[in-house]
Design a protein around this ligand. Structure first.
Ligand code: PMT
Length: 223
């Protein structure tokens, strides 16, 4: 019915941080709380979509009707996303670590009194770029986020082109904005037609607006 316009659609949402191990007890992570990604999964499910939520560790409850696939690392997140295909729409809201420790230690690294250890990093796979280039498996609509601290729209426009996604939701994550971990967000949505500046609102309202826009996109017969 019209109250569940996304019924029959499959959605994949990534959320939260990734944890990249240094040794069995230590890891590299970031400040993502999962609030924005989980709210998007919830909003898509309320519109009737079948939602797979691939998430790093968060304190957020799993939204009703959503299938959670918990992961820790970027490599695990990519594998879980591939396994969730095919999907009509993918929304990548996770804050994936760009790098991981090249060779995580098998045992706890000990303080020996000598020089502190040096971490050598290697690049993680880019999940958004991989989904955007997935050939016949590519979701018909791929939506990314861009977390920026300066020149937000310019950097996000370049990121959209480089990663090959359809829409990118740019948000300012400078510390004073409170975007990481907070309840509010200010979005600049960039698509092929240009930029929409959304008023500052709750992450729940951002999620609701995005879900409605995704529904409108499918409704227009563009995909
Ligand atoms: O979790 P919250 O506390 O609610 O905060 C929400 C948020 C700020 C984390 C969220 O709104 C957000 O901006 N998510 C993207 C964070 C990010 O890492 O952005 P980025 O500009 O580094 O990456 C750009 C895009 O590529 C994102 O869609 C990201 O999910 C994706 N990416 C990045 C690296 C990588 N290895 N794989 C990816 O898929």
């Amino acid at each position: 019915g019209t109250d569940r316009p996304l019924a029959g659609r499959r959605a994949l949402v990534t959320s939260g941080p990734t944890y990249e191990p240094i040794d069995p007890v230590r890891y590299i992570a970031n400040r993502s709380s999962g609030k924005q990604g989980h709210a998007i999964a919830a909003a898509l499910a309320r519109l009737g979509a079948h939602v797979t939520l691939v998430s790093g560790p968060t304190r957020e409850p799993t939204p009703p009707g959503v299938t959670l696939v918990p992961i820790e690392t970027a490599v695990e997140m990519l594998a879980a996303c591939r396994a969730a295909l095919p999907a009509d729409v993918a929304v990548c809201a996770a804050a994936v670590a760009d790098w991981r420790v090249a060779e995580a230690a098998g045992q706890k690294v000990k303080k020996t009194g000598g020089a502190p250890p040096t971490l050598s990093l290697i690049e993680n796979p880019d999940i958004l770029a991989t989904l955007s280039a997935a050939g016949p498996d590519r979701p018909r609509l791929v939506v990314g986020f861009a977390a920026e601290t300066e020149n937000v729209v310019a950097h996000a426009t370049e990121k959209r082109r480089r990663k090959g996604c359809d829409w990118i939701l740019a948000n300012d994550v400078a510390p004073e904005t409170g975007t990481f971990g907070g309840d509010a967000n200010t979005i600049h949505l960039i698509d092929a037609a240009g930029v929409e500046h959304w008023p500052t609102s709750t992450k729940l309202a951002v999620a609701e607006r995005l879900a409605r826009r995704i529904d409108a996109y499918f409704g227009e017969g563009k995909a």
